[in-house]
Design a protein around this ligand. Structure first.
Ligand code: NPG
Length: 365
């Protein structure tokens, strides 16, 4: 297959409700999409980089720039398979979210051309996946309880609370008191330090599934030290950008669970390797979320159907994020989303709607 051109576009989408994490509040998304135009047909990729470099060093303007000037030129014109993309792009350091987007588009084109689905390609073992929902920081516990109650009524099978210093033990206690033993976990997005270990241990009595990324991403050894001081399993997100990071973190005892985000680790093929490593090491994984549109969601739901994705992921329904999705919406049934079965990502982009929300477009050929 030859990559002939890549159509890039930026779209604006409003979230149904503001989403607050320890690193900021988000109400709008400015999303970079790529369409691979190949000798065998087309495929879509979504870049998960946010507008600002606050979750990681990547951000959407930089992803756009590096794709145009450094990544796409390394792929255009010659024979190419999705499995070659990472090696071709290796001379460019970092920029994993940008790399993931183009690899995803090439993989989608390749699988659509041969009539294979992402789910089948990944070796999915289930037709639908259990879904959790990530609940942002609220301005009061009363409001938080209303939001959590609403999600539980919709059928979500696990609640994740965003925490930060000053918003941790009390919200967890309130949710436990009101909703009993619902599967519950927390995500700090790097907001604590090792000296907070005693405070974080106060979460132990609440029987959480895990504490996600309590410390800054480079503090892998400190996570191993923290793991000796808290009983709740530590899960890493931001610290795991590659198979090598995952190997080292597990070996060090820095985490007992891993959040897999294909965009964060450079693509679905690296994410699959992390899944396989974790399966071998007895470390459960779950699918993270980066507020994706139906394109990214389709790939994530397909991957979440792999055997070692044993915990519900942040793979919520389209309606959790957007009033209108750019593909057919993902709809929750009994707390689960169906794994698409059509070729490639198995979703169809609503071209007219997409064009109406596009604020920038360029074809690189
Ligand atoms: O459901 O897609 C979702 C959001 C899940 O909490 C979520 N994502 O830190 O994992 C995270 C957080 C996030 C969102 C991070 C957007 C970066 C960008």
């Amino acid at each position: 297959m030859k990559l002939q051109a890549v159509e890039m576009r930026r779209i604006g989408m409003s979230l149904v409700a503001p989403f607050e994490t320890s690193f900021g509040v988000q109400t709008e998304r400015d999303i970079l999409l790529v369409k691979a135009i190949t000798s065998e047909g087309e495929g879509w990729g979504e870049c998960v980089a946010g507008e600002e470099p606050t979750y990681s060093s990547e951000y959407v303007d930089a992803a756009q720039h590096v794709l145009i000037h450094h990544l796409i030129p390394r792929l255009l014109g010659s024979e190419l398979e999705a499995g070659d993309v990472a090696a071709r792009l290796r001379p460019v350091h970092g920029h994993r979210m940008a790399k993931a987007a183009i690899e995803m588009a090439v993989l989608d084109a390749e699988l659509r051309a041969r009539g294979d689905s992402f789910g089948h390609f990944f070796g999915a073992v289930r037709q639908e996946v259990d879904c959790g929902v990530s609940v942002g920081i609220h301005s009061s516990i009363a409001e938080l309880l209303v939001t959590v109650g609403g999600y539980l009524d919709q059928g979500y099978r696990r609640i994740k609370l965003k925490i930060k210093p000053g918003w941790d033990v009390e919200p967890v206690r309130a949710v436990r008191e009101k909703f009993g033993d619902v599967p519950l976990q927390v995500d700090a997005n790097t907001a604590y330090s090792l000296s907070d270990a005693e405070h974080l241990a106060k979460l132990d009595p609440f029987g959480l599934l895990l504490i996600e990324q309590p410390l800054p991403e480079e503090l892998v050894l400190a996570h191993a030290q923290l793991a000796k001081k808290v009983q709740t399993p530590i899960c890493l997100d931001e610290s795991i950008e590659s198979l090598q990071n995952a190997t080292d973190a597990i070996e060090l005892g820095a985490c007992r669970v891993i959040n897999v985000k294909p965009g964060r680790v450079g693509g679905y093929l690296e994410a699959r390797k992390i899944h396989d490593l974790c399966a071998e090491k007895g470390v459960p994984v779950w699918m993270g979320g980066m507020l994706e549109t139906g394109i990214g969601r389709a790939g994530n739901v397909a991957m979440a159907a792999m055997a070692n994705f044993t915990l519900p992921g942040d793979t919520s329904a389209s309606a959790r994020y957007y009033h209108r999705d750019i593909t057919e919406p993902f709809v929750l049934h009994d707390g689960r989303l169906k794994v698409p079965t059509g070729a490639g990502l198995g979703v169809t982009v609503d071209q007219e709607f997409l064009d109406s929300i596009t604020h920038w477009k360029q074809t690189v050929a």
